[in-house]
Structures are given as structure tokens and as C-alpha cells.
Design a protein around this ligand. Structure first.
Ligand SMILES: Nc1ncnc2c1ncn2[C@@H]1O[C@H](COP(=O)(O)OP(=O)(O)OP(=O)(O)O)[C@@H](O)[C@H]1O
Ligand SMILES: C[C@@](O)(CCO)CC(=O)[O-]
Length: 324
């Protein structure tokens, strides 16, 4: 039996950074996904766990014996309630990841591979299988690739037990439930919207450090604790971008995207931590395809990557294929 899942990435419409300090954020899933498939090993001779990151053309494999030898002293692989990963578990998992000699340029993937080993052994134990991952999402660009990777992975591993899962952060919550949500201090409110929304997402390709950007904003909140809300989406996006710029998380590349889209009278804002990453541009329903083509061409000529995404679809989905 092969199990397949997909979980969406996310955009933040308003409230990035503020959500870290207990304010409300409004976030929505996008129709760009991480896909995971799991095929348990049927052959008695195959005693390996394989992870194939298809887009990156990377394959990792561990013998089940090696995984057991490294992790089994840490206790039951099947805790009855979710447990956090102890420092000792992190150390042991890091040893299994290091053995795989991830290429220097792709070292950022080590955290993803570690998360895979932790989730796999916690949920499936020590069983041989092949897991294949592909993704529509740029990594580390503010579209929630890590949350959608973990949600799709958890869903594939948990199968029908997923329904009992309890998500924690904003990105995981959107990836799991989909649609549009209001999120404040760990609790979510679903927003029912019958307005079809489409966004142009421009990836500035400027790498950024979410942790440092979040720390910078924390420092500013002590000086400027109040922000306000308004009504229309375009206006809100412009106001939100203005606020985020005052919070010091814009970037020259983001400003270039804003200037370019403004020429076509389109409202834009950064999404996520800022400092680079992705910028959202609202594509009104009546906007002609010619304008979309023109603005996309102009943005791409600046070296940016453009993606078009529908907003607010389903959260994580799972399907089972008959045994082979
Ligand atoms: N498809 C994938 N395969 C393997 N690892 C992945 C995949 N997607 C995400 N990751 C892991 O998540 C990391 C990126 O997470 P990070 O939180 O920095 O960015 P993001 O989730 O894309 O953006 P943000 O959290 O700001 O919305 C990658 O470096 C990798 O370790
Ligand atoms: C900046 C931030 O709001 C972006 C999340 O993608 C941080 C967070 O919510 O953890």
C-alpha cells in the first residue's frame, strides 16, 4: 500500500511579527504544496529506510539496524502522547544525518532531514520504507515550506490517525486546516470567505534570517506597542506594508517589487519575516491577463521569481493507493 499526502504553503495577509507578541495574524494557505509518498518495504531483503528529495536529486538511506543502534536507547519510539525532541535525541539524530554527507551548498536541508528522522521513528518506529518528497514551494522564502513539509510528512506517517493531530504554530495550523484563519496566541478562528482571491507571489531570492528579524522587531515593540486596523484588503495590504517597513523588516529588493507593481496600480506587501523572501501582490478578479503578464515579465527581468497562487484552499490531504 502506498500512502500519498500533500500539504499547502501559506501567506500571511497581516500580522507577521505582531503574532509573535500575542497579536492577531490573518494567514491563508496557497495552492502550492509539498507532496510526500510513503511505500513500506515489502521485500524481506530490503532493510533500509530511504528518503528521496526528488527536486534536489538527493537520496538518503539508513539501515534499520543502524537507526535502532543509534536511537533505541532513547525509549519507546511510540509515545502515547506527543513528546518534544530532547537534546539527547537531537544529538543522536544529528549523528545519523551527518553520516549522509549532505553537500556543503545544501546543508540547510540537514534540519529537514533531522525532522524527517524524528517524525518517522516517533510515528512508524523502526520499519523499512521509501519516502519521496517533492515541493512546489521555494525553501526558506517565507511561504512556509518547512511547515508544509512537516505537516505532509506527519500526515503520511499517521495515515488515518491524523484527525487527532494537534498543531501548534501559525504555519503548521494553516498548512493543516487550509482556508483563511485568524490566529492569536495559539488559538485559531476560521474565516469564511466567498471572495475568490488570487495573488502574484514574487520571490526576491534574497535569503534572510527569520530569527534575527523576529528579534529586531521584539526590540522595537517595546518602543512602539500599538498598531491599527482598517477595512479594504488593498488598503490593508498597503498599510500593513507601511507598518512592516517601519518595523525595519523591508528590504531594497522588496521596495523594488512594490515600485514595480505600483506602476500597474497593484497593491503589494511583504509576507512572513521580510528582509527579502516573498512579496504578495493582490490580483483583482477583473484584472486583465495582459497586465499580469506585463508585471510578471518586468519583475522577472529584475531577477525575481514569480508564482501565481489561489488563496484559501484545503489543508492537508491524504490518499491511499491499493497494495502492489
Ligand atoms: N521539500 C523539502 N524537503 C526537505 N527539507 C525541506 C523541504 N521544505 C522545507 N524543508 C526544510 O525547511 C527549511 C526551510 O525552513 P524555513 O523555516 O527556514 O523557511 P520556510 O518554511 O520556507 O519559510 P517561513 O518559515 O519563513 O515561512 C529547509 O532548509 C529544509 O531544512
Ligand atoms: C515573522 C513570523 O511572524 C513569520 C512566520 O512565517 C514569525 C512567526 O510567526 O513565528
Amino acid at each position: 500500500m502506498e500512502v500519498k499526502t500533500r500539504a499547502p504553503g501559506k501567506i500571511i495577509l497581516a500580522g507577521e511579527h505582531a503574532v509573535v507578541h500575542g497579536s492577531t495574524a490573518v494567514a491563508a494557505c496557497i495552492d502550492l504544496y509539498t507532496y510526500v509518498s510513503l511505500r513500506p518495504s515489502l521485500s524481506e531483503n530490503d532493510d533500509t529506510l530511504k528518503l528521496h528529495l526528488k527536486d534536489m536529486e538527493l537520496e538518503f538511506s539508513w539501515s534499520i539496524g543502524r537507526i535502532k543502534e543509534t536511537l533505541s536507547h532513547l525509549g519507546s519510539p511510540f509515545p502515547s502522547t506527543p513528546t518534544s525532541c530532547t537534546t539527547e535525541s537531537v544529538r543522536c539524530i544529528a549523528a545519523l544525518v551527518e553520516e549522509q554527507n549532505i553537500p556543503e551548498a545544501k546543508l540547510g536541508l540537514a534540519t529537514g532531514v533531522s525532522a524527517f528522522l524524528w517524525l518517522y521513528t516517533s510515528i512508524q518506529g523502526f520499519k523499512p520504507a521509501t519516502v519521496v518528497v517533492t515541493s512546489d514551494l521555494p525553501l526558506g522564502a517565507g511561504l512556509g515550506s518547512s511547515a508544509s513539509f512537516c505537516v505532509a510528512l506527519s500526515a503520511v506517517l499517521l495515515g488515518e490517525k491524523l484527525i487527532h493531530g494537534k498543531p501548534s504554530g501559525l504555519d503548521n495550523t494553516v498548512s493543516t486546516y487550509g482556508n483563511i484563519i485568524k490566529f492569536k496566541s495559539g488559538s485559531l478562528t476560521r474565516i469564511k470567505s466567498n471572495m475568490p482571491l488570487k495573488m502574484l507571489i514574487t520571490n526576491t531570492k534574497v535569503g534572510r534570517n527569520t530569527k534575527a528579524l523576529v528579534a529586531g522587531v521584539t526590540e522595537r515593540t517595546f518602543r512602539h506597542p500599538e498598531t491599527e486596523k482598517e477595512e479594504k484588503l488593498e488598503e490593508l495590504m498597503e498599510m500593513n506594508q507601511g507598518l512592516l517597513q517601519c518595523m525595519g523588516v523591508s528590504h531594497a529588493s522588496i521596495e523594488t517589487v512594490l515600485r514595480t507593481t505600483l506602476k500597474y496600480k497593484l497593491a503589494s506587501k511583504l509576507t512572513g519575516a521580510g528582509g527579502g523572501g516573498c512579496v504578495l501582490t493582490l490580483l483583482p478578479t477583473l484584472l486583465s491577463g495582459t497586465i499580469v503578464d506585463k508585471v510578471t515579465t518586468e519583475l522577472e527581468s529584475c531577477g525575481f521569481q514569480c508564482l501565481i497562487a489561489g488563496i484559501g484552499g484545503n489543508g492537508v490531504e491524504i490518499c491511499f493507493h491499493g497494495s502492489s
